[in-house]
Design a protein around this ligand. Structure first.
Ligand SMILES: Cc1cc2nc3c(=O)[nH]c(=O)nc-3n(C[C@H](O)[C@H](O)[C@H](O)COP(=O)(O)OP(=O)(O)OC[C@H]3O[C@@H](n4cnc5c(N)ncnc54)[C@H](O)[C@@H]3O)c2cc1C
Length: 428
């Protein structure tokens, strides 16, 4: 068999919580399973970079379970296309790889949603999750004044992490109103009792840090880099001096690969049935691409997908109750952190919306949709391929910025060569 072509009964793309659970479940059922990830780590966004240090308890347990189950693992392997039915094309440090699958599980996570405002491209303005990734990689934050402005529970996790890295967290600004957050808090004992302890831990870690609800950043100022951020609440508008502004308004499911493979999506998420199977037979989807729901939802959906793909629907069925609770928690989170109209429309005519191609709002709003705007301005055609501005134009103009064209990530020309026509198993 060619070194660059391999075949597995179950292939799992993405090794975050959903992917680890899916691969462990499928391998435990005796299926020849491969789990691959674009990064050098296992554990996805939440546990990334923690593998060597052992990671938090749940990460350790899932990594041990995966290892015991005997699934094959491929790191730094990014799926970029599907050159034919049942085949994925991936880029790896050793070159291109073609991977044949009998059942495919997509657990490819989500990305942050950024809403542009004047000054959002100044050096010093960063994504909340992006900064976490930098901190996990050792980025120095000691002594830096940080304002965190955006929405969602990630604000707490990130603030605690920045503070532990020595940052001076000046303010956490949450755009959602207090009344919604109180209702969300009251639902926790019923929907996610484990989160109460987590919330108490964050509260202890963030003692003395102001948390303002119904408050958002309207602009960032600075000559060559960030010097301050102007914030607004119902009562006032004021400026905080800071070195770093971490911003982000929740997450958007990654849907390029499901769409490329013909899987149906609706309201910005992949559509799946009770077994996590997509509209394409044999392709299962779990975790953030089916809707944002955190680690708990990702794990239970991953297990269901793994058991279902391995032909053990009865084991998948035993987890449905747990998933129902996770889905109810997701819905409660959506209601609590729903975006207020004011934060969708902060960009001025000069504000860059596509930062890769430097396209300001005024150049975009004369077009009626994403396709025309792209063709005329190159919006969404830079290195991020619309991963950042696509979400922004959806919220700003209501455009559908979906993409289903290969390659789903930028790749080297060598990776896009003609695929090997021989079936796997043919000798070299
Ligand atoms: C930047 C960021 C930071 C976050 N930080 C936290 C946090 O601190 N605390 C918290 O509770 N939640 C955090 N979250 C949310 C967290 O990711 C989810 O709650 C949950 O853990 C998602 O699990 P998942 O397995 O669905 O996805 P993920 O954990 O996102 O895993 C998806 C994996 O798929 C891989 N992947 C994607 N596309 C491909 C491809 N084409 N080929 C190969 N691999 C691919 C990615 O590299 C990634 O490792 C963060 C999310 C993001 C985006």
């Amino acid at each position: 068999m060619s070194d660059t072509r391999s075949r597995f009964e179950v292939v799992v793309v993405g090794a975050g919580p959903a992917g680890l659970a899916a691969a462990a479940a499928a391998a435990e059922c005796g299926r020849r399973t491969l789990v691959l990830d674009a990064t050098p780590w296992l554990g996805g966004q939440i546990w990334r970079g923690r593998e060597a240090k052992g990671g938090p308890g749940s990460a350790k347990r899932w990594l041990a379970r995966l290892q015991a189950a005997g699934a094959a693992v491929a790191r730094q392997t990014t799926v970029v296309a599907s050159p034919g039915p049942g085949v994925l094309l991936a880029e790896s440090p050793e070159g291109p790889r073609e991977i044949e699958w009998e059942k495919l599980i997509l657990t490819i996570g989500a990305r942050e949603l950024f809403l542009p405002f004047p000054g959002w491209t100044l050096p010093g303005v960063v994504g909340i999750g992006g900064l976490q990734v930098l901190v996990k990689g050792g980025w120095p934050l000691a002594g830096k004044r940080i304002v965190i402005a955006g929405s969602g529970p990630l604000l707490f996790a990130a603030a605690a992490e920045y503070r532990a890295a020595g940052a001076d967290v000046v303010l956490i600004a949450e755009q959602a109103d207090l009344a919604r957050l109180v209702r969300f808090g009251l639902s926790l004992p019923r929907l996610a009792p484990g989160k109460i302890l987590q919330a108490a831990q964050y509260q202890a870690a963030l003692l003395g840090v102001p948390y303002r609800t119904g408050c958002w950043a309207v602009s960032a100022q600075g000559a060559d880099r960030l010097e301050g951020v102007t914030l607004r609440s119902a009562r006032r508008t004021w400026t905080e001096r800071c070195d770093v502004l971490a911003t982000g308004f929740g997450f958007l499911p990654n849907l390029e690969l499901p769409r490329l493979l013909g899987c149906r999506t609706e309201n910005g998420a992949a559509v799946v049935d009770d077994r996590q199977e997509s509209s394409q037979a044999g392709i299962f989807i779990a975790g953030e691409p089916t809707g944002i729901g955190g680690e708990g939802r990702a794990l239970v959906e991953g297990l269901i997908a793994g058991f279902a793909a391995a032909g053990r629907p009865e084991r998948a069925g035993r987890l449905w109750r747990k998933r129902r609770r996770a889905l109810a928690f997701s819905r409660a989170m959506d209601r609590a952190f729903a975006l207020r109209d004011e934060v969708r429309d902060l960009a001025s005519p000069e504000t860059p919306i596509c930062r890769c191609e430097d396209v300001p709002r005024r150049d975009l709003e004369k077009y009626g949709g994403w396709r025309a705007a792209k063709l005329h301005t190159r919006c969404g055609m830079g290195p991020c391929q619309g991963r950042i501005c696509g979400g922004a134009v959806e919220k700003l103009f209501g455009w559908d910025a979906a993409s289903n064209r290969p390659p789903v990530f930028p790749v080297s020309i060598g990776t896009l060569r003609e695929p090997d026509p021989r079936p796997s198993g043919a000798s070299d």
